[in-house]
Design a protein around this ligand. Structure first.
Ligand SMILES: C[S@@+](CC[C@H](N)C(=O)[O-])C[C@H]1O[C@@H](n2cnc3c(N)ncnc32)[C@H](O)[C@@H]1O
Length: 315
């Protein structure tokens, strides 16, 4: 599969999120500034994206609370993610926020920041009013960086983190939202090992597929294959156990994970009431199946006793 097909998955994700936002699942004034609107999506897809976004946000906020924002966030394969602007609005930005993706993707994001005043103003506000440096498909400022690297190349990855000012001694949150599955498992394993070896205080949030070997999982793989999209990392997505083992086998202290059905079940009752009234869902079984085929796994290294092992849902 060519890298263009992998990069195009960002447009898909961003358009789906934009549609879900339009339907009222959550609010995100920044996404429409980064991606055009796409086709209508089915209600179960919209709910799935809500659970994904809400679940990752929940764990990220726990990390920010435990570190009192004296930390760093590295969003791997960030695509058109808008978390930086949202944290800025909430007054919860970490010391450094880095996004990394392929050059073709960061180039488009940097261009949007350049021409959309609302995006640029957010970056400047986080940077004590100073304009960021935007060149060569990268954005650099005191607090926010958009940088490109191919994560299959660990030397390139390391040098870009260094250029963005990442300090390996500081508590660091790594986020990979539907990203590792596009890397061959030996490459994602090298990446996870490199992080575990170099950072003593870190939390990794990983959202991606599971149960890919059952019948429904096989249909998901076939559908993607028809669009020329092969999941090179599917082996690690066999079960929750394989998802946790991929961290534990390369030096992380602990790992936990739940499928997105469990994340859905952990939503506050009034939130479930709210989202279930947004759209009529006549394919409840399909939603159930979908939610059982994605998971959030989190792994930690906690040499400074921040309490990272207590991160989780319903806490
Ligand atoms: C499905 S999209 C997810 C985007 C974003 N994380 C989200 O959930 O909205 C996958 C992203 O991972 C990026 N990606 C995949 N493999 C990569 C690699 N080897 N190096 C850098 N970026 C990669 C793609 O370019 C794409 O932006």
């Amino acid at each position: 599969m060519g890298d263009e097909v992998i990069q195009a998955t960002n447009d898909d994700a961003a358009m789906c999120k934009r549609f879900a936002v339009q339907q009222g699942y959550w609010s995100d004034p920044y996404l429409p500034l980064l991606i055009r609107s796409g086709d209508r999506k089915a209600p179960e897809i919209n709910r799935g994206y809500y659970v994904r976004t809400h679940g990752l946000k929940t764990l990220m906020h726990q990390f920010l609370e435990k570190t009192k924002c004296a930390c760093q966030i590295v969003n791997l394969g960030a695509g058109f993610d808008t978390t930086f602007w949202q944290l800025n609005d909430e007054g919860k930005l970490p010391d450094v926020y880095v996004e990394l993706d392929f050059r073709a993707v960061t180039s488009r994001k940097c261009q949007s920041v350049r021409v959309r005043p609302k995006l640029l103003e957010g970056v400047q506000a986080a940077n004590k009013g100073q304009a960021p440096l935007i060149e060569d498909a990268e954005l650099h400022s005191a607090r926010y960086h958009i940088t490109w690297a191919d994560m299959r190349n660990i030397e390139e990855f390391e040098s870009k983190l260094t250029k963005a000012g990442i300090d390996k001694s500081k508590p660091t949150l790594f986020v990979a939202e539907c990203v590792l599955v596009y890397l061959p498992t030996d490459k994602s394993s090298t990446l996870l090992k490199w992080i575990a070896t170099n950072f003593q205080s870190a939390l990794f949030l990983n959202f991606e597929q599971i149960n890919l070997k059952d019948r429904f999982g096989q249909v998901m793989i076939d559908n993607l294959r028809r669009r020329q999209c092969d999941l090179a990392g599917a082996d690690a997505c066999e079960s929750l156990q394989t998802q946790k083992d991929r961290f534990l086998s390369v030096g992380w202290e602990g790992a936990e994970g739940i499928d997105t059905q469990a994340v859905y079940n952990s939503l506050p009752a009034d939130d479930i009431y709210r989202i279930e009234r947004l759209e009529f869902l006549d394919e409840a079984e399909l939603l159930h199946q979908l939610l059982q085929h994605y998971c959030i796994t989190w792994a930690w290294k906690d040499s400074t006793n921040l309490g990272l092992s207590s991160v989780g849902f319903g806490r």
